[in-house]
Design a protein around this ligand. Structure first.
Ligand SMILES: [Zn+2]
Length: 543
């Protein structure tokens, strides 16, 4: 029996809104220009972290990825990615392959999601706020309100418009601050200018989110908040392949979203179809490259760090290695080192470099027989000290024949100069079924202990971490759906899987560990933070 008692109907509508019925869908897509995914935690972007953790407003959850990628078919620069974030298709369709090419896109065929919204929902209001002036050429349409101004003015406008009773249904909000900070003084390693710009961008996001939550009608509304970036950066630039510029965040927060990590490698151009799907608009016939995100999450389950731990080498005993679990036993190449050289925590493994006679390092005998979860999940973590510039492209860790990067297996490569890097750094190489892929490069400071971790998950993503004693944990990621991890060769420290590579690593390794499973982001950070505080992995392992 239907009640005609108006207040009851009103409260029923409120309850329905809180329960997730699409009473009044609204979407806000925020693009943080030049925001590296790893900066969200390291730059203390508290508003974005709260959004990611599902703590924005009661009933709101967040599907997130800190290893989303930029578009694969154009350089990691602004215009190509702005166009793709707005339209949901990549450069093969937009033809926007570098800055200055916004007009190359046929927006009648590939309009922005704002234009698609006002086309399919007559009467809907759409707003595009931006501070980088060339964006005025991005899918112009008289039904979409374009507002250009400084980042400060855009934030004020966003607060004013999104708290108003007649707030736009769809809003695209581009914040330029991080890019400005990165170009000015460095995206990686972070500069204070970049961190400050990120913090300011986060503060602007916080103001806008607070304005939305303060709406008198908020409880009856169904908001979707999407946050992503057009690119990250390395040094003072971006546009290079290999992770530093191509790894970006993707946060999707809403009432009907699942909390947790988005599986696989999502992309920044998933933003457009995600926003459209929020309005109940069927995107399946639009030939978009992006896919709606938020309905699926697959966070790795919480496990003990001893689960899947195949080898742990703290190098604190009288031998060069000790305390290895299970089926793997460490065998030094050549004569065993005498004594225990001072390490990061306790002793360490010292590796001879070019002066050593014959191969130097440790072979993890038996690791060639390990069975890796999901056919290729693994994780490696260690503290590494490079003592000098390396000679001959040596490896820190590898289970492959490093004479070719296309060979199956993986390699953590010491001091390789890659892409636009001005100095040699640490890279990651993996052979795949179709060839190879490389993530890099991370800068090296000679004589300093630096944390590295690399892990591949069942979602097909490889995540490659670096962390110094300053507390900044960097991460870049790339999809590796078809890894070729097993090689029949053992993992070796300081040498490749053959143990006969022509060049030895020059430096020291400590607290090295190998798992036959993925390490989640939280687990990597836990190991890193403990090590930074002088706490060995052994103290974290539940017994
Ligand atoms: Zn940009």
């Amino acid at each position: 029996m239907h009640s005609r008692y108006i207040p009851l109907l009103a409260s029923a509508a409120l309850a329905a809104g809180a329960a997730g019925a699409a009473t009044s869908p609204k979407a806000l897509v925020i693009m943080l220009d030049g925001c590296r995914a790893d900066a969200i935690e390291n730059a203390r972007m508290e508003n974005l972290q709260a959004l990611r953790d599902g703590k924005w407003q009661p009933g709101y959850k967040c599907a997130w990825s800190l290893s989303a990628n930029t578009i694969p078919d154009a350089v990691a620069s602004s215009a190509p990615n702005h166009t793709s974030i707005a339209t949901g298709v990549t450069a093969a369709k937009t033809h926007v392959e570098s800055n200055g090419q916004f007009r190359r896109c046929d927006y009648r065929k590939w309009p922005s999601w704002l234009v698609r919204l006002v086309s399919t929902r007559p009467g809907a209001k759409a707003l595009f706020l931006f501070s980088w002036k060339p964006d005025c050429e991005l899918s112009p349409d008289p039904r979409v309100e374009f507002v250009h101004g400084s980042d400060a003015a855009a934030a004020d406008t966003a607060v004013k418009r999104l708290s108003a009773p007649d707030a736009p249904d769809g809003t695209l909000y581009f914040i330029d601050l991080p890019d400005h900070g990165g170009h000015g003084s460095g995206f990686y390693p972070y500069s204070t200018g970049y961190l400050n710009a990120l913090w300011q961008a986060d503060a602007a996001v916080g103001r806008v989110l607070a304005a939305i939550a303060s709406r008198p009608t908020f409880a009856a509304e169904d908001w979707l908040i999407v946050v992503t970036a057009d690119h990250g950066g390395y040094g003072r630039s971006h546009g290079m392949p290999g992770g530093q510029a191509t790894t970006v965040p993707l946060l999707v927060a809403g009432r009907r979203v699942r909390q947790g990590r988005i599986p696989g490698t999502p992309h920044n151009y998933d933003a457009a179809p995600t926003a459209l799907a929020h309005f109940g608009i069927d995107v399946s016939g639009m030939d978009l490259d992006g896919r709606p995100a938020g309905a699926e999450t697959a966070s790795p389950p919480a496990r003990s760090l001893s689960d899947g731990l195949a080898a742990y080498l703290p190098f604190d005993g009288k031998k060069s290695a000790n305390a290895v679990s299970g089926d793997v036993s460490p065998r030094p190449f050549g004569a065993a080192a005498s004594g225990v050289p001072a390490g990061f925590i306790g002793g360490s493994l010292r590796i001879g470099g070019p002066k050593a006679k014959g191969p130097s390092g440790v072979r993890l005998a038996g690791s060639e027989k390990l069975s890796f979860e999901n056919g290729g999940d693994f994780a490696f973590a260690a503290w590494v000290r490079m003592d000098a510039p390396q000679k001959g492209d040596p490896v820190v860790l590898s289970n492959k024949d490093w004479n070719s990067g296309r060979n199956p297996g993986v390699a953590l490569i010491a001091a390789k100069k890659a892409y636009t890097a001005k100095v040699p750094g640490v890279c990651f190489n993996a052979g795949t079924e179709g060839g190879r892929f490389d993530l890099g490069t991370y800068d090296v400071a000679y004589g300093e202990w630096v944390f590295y971790a690399v892990t591949r998950g069942a979602d097909g993503a490889v995540r490659f971490y670096q962390g110094g004693r300053d507390g900044y944990l960097y991460c870049m990621s790339e999809n590796a759906a078809k890894p070729a991890l097993s090689t029949g060769l053992p993992f070796c420290l300081g040498q490749d899987g053959t143990g006969a590579y022509k060049s030895n690593f020059a430096g020291a390794i400590d607290e090295a560990a190998l798992w036959t499973r993925e390490l989640g982001h939280g687990e990597v950070r836990r190991i890193y933070e403990a090590g930074r505080g002088g706490v060995p992995l052994s103290a974290l392992i539940a017994r």
